[in-house]
Design a protein around this ligand. Structure first.
Ligand code: MN
Length: 321
C-alpha cells in the first residue's frame, strides 16, 4: 500500500555524518546467540550503516528474559583478542571466570571490564538465584598500539550522580561532573542514565566525541528525535551538549556511549578483532590448537569450538578519521 509519497521526499535530506544537529537512528536486529540456552539479543552495533561509535564496536541488548523459560545464560569458555568487553546488567547476575584467574559476579549497576588484549578466554553463566536477565554486552576496540596489551579485568561500582530529573551512573569516562577511575586505551564515555517521566535534560558533552544513546525503556527523544526501545541514536562529533527527554509515563533507562571517532579500520569475526583476514585465521587456529588464550578453571563443560571461517576474505570495517 502506498500513500503516494516517498519517505522523506519533501523533507531536506539530512546526513548525521555532516550535520551535527541530526540524529541517525540505528534500529536493532534480533540475533539468536545459539547454544543449548538460545538467548536472543538485540544488536545495534555493528551494522551496515555504522561500525563504531568512538571505540565502541559492538552493542547487544537483551531481556528482560524470564530465565525459567529462556534457561538463562550459559556461555562456555571462548576467546577474545584485540578488544575489551563491558558487561552491564539491569537485572540478574552472571558468574564470570577467565583465564587470568578472575572469578567475579556481574551485578546490576556494576562495571566489569575485561581486556582481551593479545588473548583471553572466559565463561559467563547466569546464577541460580537469577530470575530475570536484563542488560547489555558491549565491546571496545583496542587501538593498534595497545591491541596486544596483557589480559586484565577491572571491576567498578559507580555512585549515582544526580541529574535534573534523574541520575547517571558513569562507568567509563566523564559525565555530569563525575569521572570513572577505570583505565581505557582511547577516550571513552559509558554511562547508564535514568530519567523520570516527563524529564528533559541537557548534558554537556565533549565536542570531539561522537555519541550513541541506547534505549532500554522510556519514550525517549534525543535532540528531538524519537528513539524506540532497543534503538541506538547516533550524534556525530560537534555537539557541546545533548538534550534527552523522556516523554513517557515510566522511568526511562538509557545507555550513553561516546568517544572520538576511532580512525582505524578493524576486521571483526566471531570473538576476535584484528587488522587483517590473516590475523583472524591465526587467532582461530591459536584458539583451536594453541595456548594463546589461556585456560578457564571452574567452568563445568568444554570450551566453545570456533565456527568455520567464511570462504571469502573478511573485510575491514570502520573508516579513516
Ligand atoms: Mn565473551
Amino acid at each position: 500500500m502506498s500513500n503516494g509519497s516517498f519517505p522523506g521526499g519533501d523533507a531536506p535530506v539530512s546526513n548525521a555524518e555532516t550535520d551535527p544537529t541530526t540524529v541517525q537512528v540505528l534500529t536493532a536486529r534480533k540475533v539468536p546467540l545459539g547454544g543449548p540456552r538460545a538467548m536472543t539479543v538485540r544488536r545495534t552495533l555493528p551494522q551496515r550503516s555504522r561500525s563504531l561509535i568512538g571505540a565502541w564496536c559492538f552493542a547487544d541488548h537483551y531481556g528482560p528474559d524470564d530465565v525459567t523459560s529462556s534457561g538463562g545464560m550459559d556461555v562456555a569458555p571462548h576467546p577474545h583478542t584485540g578488544l575489551q568487553t563491558v558487561s552491564w546488567l539491569f537485572g540478574g547476575e552472571i558468574e564470570h571466570r577467565d583465564s587470568l584467574g578472575s572469578h567475579a559476579y556481574v551485578r546490576p549497576g556494576e562495571l566489569n571490564l575485561m581486556t582481551g588484549g593479545h588473548g583471553i578466554s572466559h565463561s559467563e553463566v547466569s546464577t541460580p538465584r537469577t530470575t530475570t536477565l536484563h542488560g547489555v554486552q558491549l565491546w571496545v576496540a583496542l587501538p593498534d598500539e595497545h591491541r596486544d596489551a596483557p589480559r586484565d579485568f577491572q571491576h567498578y561500582v559507580p555512585r549515582p550522580v544526580p541529574l535534573n530529573g534523574g541520575h547517571a551512573r558513569v562507568f567509563l569516562g566523564t559525565l555530569a561532573g563525575d569521572t570513572s577511575p577505570v583505565r581505557t586505551f582511547t577516550p571513552l564515555l559509558g554511562a547508564e542514565l535514568s530519567l523520570d517521566p516527563g524529564a528533559a535534560l541537557t548534558l554537556d558533552t565533549d565536542p570531539d566525541f561522537e555519541h550513541g544513546l541506547l534505549v532500554d525503556t522510556g519514550d525517549v527523544h534525543l535532540n528531538g528525535t524519537p528513539l524506540e526501545p532497543a534503538a541506538l541514536g547516533y550524534a556525530a562529533p560537534g555537539h557541546r551538549a545533548l538534550t534527552i527527554a523522556n516523554e513517557g509515563p515510566e522511568t526511562a533507562r538509557l545507555i550513553l556511549l561516546g568517544g572520538p571517532p576511532f580512525g582505524e579500520e578493524i576486521v571483526m569475526w566471531w570473538n576476535f578483532i584484528a587488522r587483517s583476514h590473516d590475523e583472524i585465521v591465526q587467532a582461530r587456529e591459536d584458539w583451536m590448537k594453541g595456548d594463546r588464550f589461556g585456560e578457564v578453571h571452574g567452568y563445568d563443560g568444554a570450551p566453545l569450538p570456533a565456527p568455520e571461517l567464511p570462504n571469502a576474505p573478511l573485510k575491514p570495517r570502520g573508516r579513516a578519521r
